[in-house]
Design a protein around this ligand. Structure first.
Ligand code: LMR
Length: 328
């Protein structure tokens, strides 16, 4: 029956907002890896929880497990297919075991800004990507934004040769490995929860992420500065198991869909503001934020363009074209 998982996970950790679910309510566990406060994903997950628990009371009950406390991104999709978790919003770089089509989001310097990413995701090509893993049992429900990625290390990074030889943490994506190989750096795939410690102890020298992640995980404390590169995008797919989704009562699925759509629209519209706040908080903490001159930026663009060619067969030339067309 549906309420077997109503209590918190084995470690007994209490999570704010996770009230007891009532008997008979269908429990939705949402596992994610970021902080819940002041983070685009954390806030969206909490809002989703609030609305489901208020508006679908007696039918559905959502529990949110942030900060990798339940699963990290390597494990969450397996857990979802086993029915241990019902919702997650991993970064678009974390689906490598299920599809190569999402690699489009890791092409360096493809999207001008988050608004362009949003337009691409809303296009027929972008929407089709939500169904790119249905054969594996995963159903994409929507895209959530975090922001454009910035680059940092234990030394200033202004031109591509500054990255040479650096050990750089990347998400679990072969495109991102290729990006840093191309720069002559040493990319290392690593779980999000390990990054702060790895930067602090020198296991890696640098990293790339959105402003809200650099702020939320305090990466700025253990880096020389942050270079405002906007060289890529850090976005999410809100995902569920097709089997769980298809098994819902029609009425529940309909109401859940409506809430999901509204939360997605509301929170995606707020993302630029949230990212700007995170950037400001990093600057206020005394960390140097470096801007590139147009010439410096062009050097990074030129250095990384070969990566596109290598991965175009994985994503399809039409999808690449649609993504480029989203820059206005
Ligand atoms: C990362 O691993 O850096 C990000 O995917 C974390 C996240 O979910 O924002």
């Amino acid at each position: 029956s549906s309420n077997d998982n109503a209590t918190a996970s084995g470690d007994g950790e209490q999570v704010a907002g996770n009230d007891e679910c009532d008997p008979g309510e269908q429990v939705i566990k949402f596992s994610h890896v970021t902080n819940s406060d002041k983070h685009p994903k954390g806030i969206a997950a909490s809002l989703l929880q609030e609305r489901i628990n208020a508006e679908m009371d007696g039918r559905m009950c959502m529990e949110v497990y942030p900060n990798s406390m339940l699963y990290n991104d390597d494990k969450v999709l397996e857990a979802m297919l086993l029915g241990d978790v019902q919702l997650a919003a991993p970064s678009l770089s974390k689906f490598e075991n299920y599809t190569t089509r999402l690699r489009i989001f890791n092409f360096p310097f493809l999207f001008d800004d988050i608004d362009a990413v949003d337009r691409f995701q809303a296009s027929p090509s972008g929407q089709a990507l939500l169904n790119s893993m249905t054969d594996k049992g995963l159903k994409g429900l929507s895209f959530w934004h975090s922001g454009m990625k910035q680059l940092s290390a234990d030394k200033p990074l202004l031109v591509p040769s500054d990255a040479r030889g650096l050990k750089v943490r990347v998400e679990n994506s072969d495109v991102l490995v290729a990006v840093f190989d191309q720069l002559g750096a040493n990319p290392q795939k690593m779980a999000f929860s390990e990054v702060y410690g790895a930067l602090q102890t020198g296991v890696v020298d640098g990293q790339e992420n959105s402003w809200s992640n650099i702020y939320g995980q305090k990466f700025y404390e253990v880096q020389d500065g942050i270079t405002n590169t906007d060289h890529g995008v850090l976005d999410y797919m809100l995902v569920t198991s097709s089997r769980w989704w298809d098994g819902l009562e029609d009425e529940d699925r309909r109401d859940l869909t409506k809430i999901l759509e509204e939360v997605t629209t509301e929170r995606n519209q707020a993302v630029n503001e949230l990212e700007a706040e995170a950037r400001k908080a990093i600057a206020d903490a005394g960390t140097e934020i470096r801007e590139l001159t147009p010439e410096q930026r062009q050097q990074w663009v030129d250095a990384l363009r070969p990566v596109w060619k290598r991965f175009t067969p994985d994503v399809g030339a039409d999808t690449l074209k649609a993504a480029q067309a989203a820059n206005q």
